[in-house]
Design a protein around this ligand. Structure first.
Ligand code: G3P
Ligand code: CA
Length: 245
């Protein structure tokens, strides 16, 4: 069965990377969530996509210049302001993990350290994974493949998966070379034969970001390991329809 991972929570319907978006993913029956992490000025792991808070909150400036206490004061409703009267906040990874203790969802943590060099991010994330004993439920991905190798060196039992968006030649060979057990390609470079061959070579393949039904059907039909979508409810409906037919 192809797993459905809710991108930044259910980002198509709820403010991305907020607890409300993660609750929605669980409510609709997603198999897991994907989220992005960065470090605050006081070294706390927080869940936000951009290096700056400008796009998704009512604040301005870089995440790295806010303490956790300061960043928690921002409203993270983003484009959903009118619909979500309750103020949404930027969650810490600890808050997300506390909630994950009460369910069995998979958690794909993307380290957002391609632009900012967040010193110690890998150690902090892995310490939390160990503390919560989530080693078997977590996948660490990143466009920063050096960071993934650093994760592997710290804790080889946690799955790492490179994100990429160009046409790598035999990506499973590259992934094996950095000890990854999965690959997370942009759907634009994930042709069927690449997905199938990568899986045949033991790789988990989880393309991003699949929002249209035609592409969802295609991935369900070839039995792709998982995919990342902004619309988990829609993906579940498509998967159920295929099961019934
Ligand atoms: O997991 C894949 C996807 O989240 C990577 O792109 O920019 O949405 O973080 P982005
Ligand atoms: Ca991401």
């Amino acid at each position: 069965m192809t797993f459905i991972l809710a991108h930044r929570g259910s980002a198509g319907t709820h403010p991305e990377n907020t607890m409300e978006a993660f609750y929605e993913a669980e409510r609709v029956g997603a198999d897991g969530i994907e989220l992005d992490v960065q470090l605050t000025k006081d070294g706390e792991v927080v869940v936000i996509h951009d290096e700056s808070v400008d796009r998704t909150t009512n604040g301005k400036g870089f995440v790295k210049d806010y303490t956790l206490k300061e960043i928690k004061k921002l409203e993270a409703n983003y484009k959903f302001k009118k619909k979500f009267l309750k103020k949404n906040r930027i969650p810490s990874l600890v808050e997300v993990f506390q909630w994950l203790k009460g369910n069995e969802l998979i958690c794909n943590i993307e380290l957002k350290n391609s632009i900012m060099d967040y010193e110690g991010l890998e150690e902090k994330v892995i310490d939390l994974i160990e503390k919560y004993e989530f080693e078997d439920r977590v996948i660490i991905s990143s466009f920063n493949h050096y960071s993934l190798v650093a994760c592997y060196r710290i804790k080889p039992t946690i799955e790492i998966a490179p994100l990429y968006s160009s046409s790598l030649y035999m990506p499973w060979i590259y992934a094996q070379s950095i000890r990854a057990k999965g690959i997370h390609p942009n759907i634009k470079v994930a042709r069927d034969e690449i997905i199938v061959e990568a899986m045949r070579n033991g790789m988990a393949v989880r393309p991003y970001t699949i929002n249209n039904e035609k592409q969802m059907k295609r991935l369900f039909t070839i039995g792709c390991t998982a995919f990342v979508t902004d619309y988990p409810e829609k993906a579940i409906r498509v998967r159920n329809d295929i099961k019934k037919s």
